[in-house]
Design a binder for this molecule. Structure first.
Ligand SMILES: Nc1nc2c(ncn2[C@@H]2O[C@H](COP(=O)(O)OP(=O)(O)OP(=O)(O)O)[C@@H](O)[C@H]2O)c(=O)[nH]1
Ligand SMILES: [Mg+2]
Length: 316
């Protein structure tokens, strides 16, 4: 598939995946603004819609503050014009578009998957493996979630689907030892990328955080400069609650990028706006389903367009 097809395809899948957020948040905003005179009373209504979309007070205040500035400067007559301004404020709120993911030569590059219980770490590790395998990179997966036998089996199944090797030990083994084995195998096989899956961890489980730090130390010791990416996986369906749980990882491990999963299962997809505002780490991928192809690069303008836009074209 060439680049143009890919972009169109991503856009279709994003739009489809975000249908619930579009009908929830998007339709409410469009109804609020379309075909009306701009009126001061609309501020309150707008605020209410944003609250109901679970954007969180900090993000909402900031968005409204930015929008007020624009309204004061540009003095729009119609609410449609304000909607257009809101569109731009939201895009700006999500930061710069991220460069496409590429693996430079000189690997193995080492990635860690971290995040709260059930957010989609294992699934995303599998999707990444599949994606990079499609790009003719060699990948190895490490099953450092050893708490449950099922967790290992799940990653092995993803390895089979993606056609990549999975390094694992019996359940109950030391996760740092599995990480170590994975790095050894990565070096021995000369792969481009090793992705280490870790267990779901809740913020009050201090010992589990320490264990994650132990995995990190093993990786750092084996490969100075690694891990090259630490992906914090956040479940969009959990809204503000998921965001506050995710914050603990920011303090414990150095997160480099966020994957926002399950956008397809929620009307709370507006949470992406809070994530960058609150955590200061860009969302780089989104999950829009359970299959290997359901991982899309995150483009701020396309994302806002999938919620608010009325046209059918991707932005690139
Ligand atoms: N609809 C949808 N489901 C997803 C997505 N990503 C993951 N899932 C599903 O969410 C569930 C949990 O995913 P896992 O990958 O097991 O999550 P995890 O973070 O590894 O879970 P633990 O290892 O238990 O902490 C599975 O049923 C996945 O199929 C997504 O983008 N969309
Ligand atoms: Mg898992």
């Amino acid at each position: 598939m060439d680049e143009v097809d890919n972009v169109a395809n991503f856009w279709e899948r994003l739009k489809q995946g975000m249908a619930r957020t579009r009908t929830g948040l998007g339709d409410r905003l469009r109804t609020l603004f379309t075909g009306r005179e701009w009126h001061e009373d609309l501020w309150d209504e707008l605020e209410e819609v944003l609250y109901e979309a679970d954007l969180g007070s900090g993000t909402i205040e900031y968005l409204l503050g930015q929008l007020r500035k624009k309204v004061q400067q540009e003095r729009p007559k119609t609410a449609d014009q304000v909607l257009q301004q809101l569109f731009e404020v939201m895009v700006a709120e999500l930061g710069e578009p991220r460069p496409a993911l590429t693996l430079d030569p000189g690997g193995p590059w080492i990635w860690l998957m971290v995040g709260v219980n059930g957010t989609g770490k294992t699934t995303t590790a599998g999707k990444f493996a599949y994606l990079l395998q499609q790009q003719h990179k060699t990948v190895i997966l490490g099953a450092a979630d050893t708490f449950r036998a099922a967790a290992v089996e799940q990653l092995v199944e993803w390895g089979r689907r993606a056609g990549v090797e999975v390094v694992h030990q019996a359940s109950g083994a030391d996760p740092a030892a599995v990480a170590y084995d994975t790095l050894r195998a990565a070096r021995a096989r000369g792969v481009d990328l090793a992705i280490i899956d870790t267990a779901g961890r809740l913020q009050n489980k201090v010992n589990l955080m320490l264990e994650l730090q132990k995995i990190r130390r093993v990786v750092e010791r084996e490969y100075p400069g690694a891990p090259h990416e630490v992906w914090l996986v956040i479940d969009a369906t959990t809204g503000q609650n998921g965001l506050s749980q995710a914050r603990i990882f920011m303090d414990s491990v150095k997160v480099t990028g966020i994957v926002l999963t399950k956008l397809d299962g929620t009307a709370k997809g507006g949470i992406a706006l809070s994530i960058y505002h609150e955590l200061g780490i860009p969302i780089r991928y989104v999950g829009v389903g359970e299959t290997a192809q359901d991982l899309l690069p995150f483009n701020p303008r396309d994302y806002v367009r999938a919620i608010l836009g009325d046209d059918n074209e991707p932005s690139r």
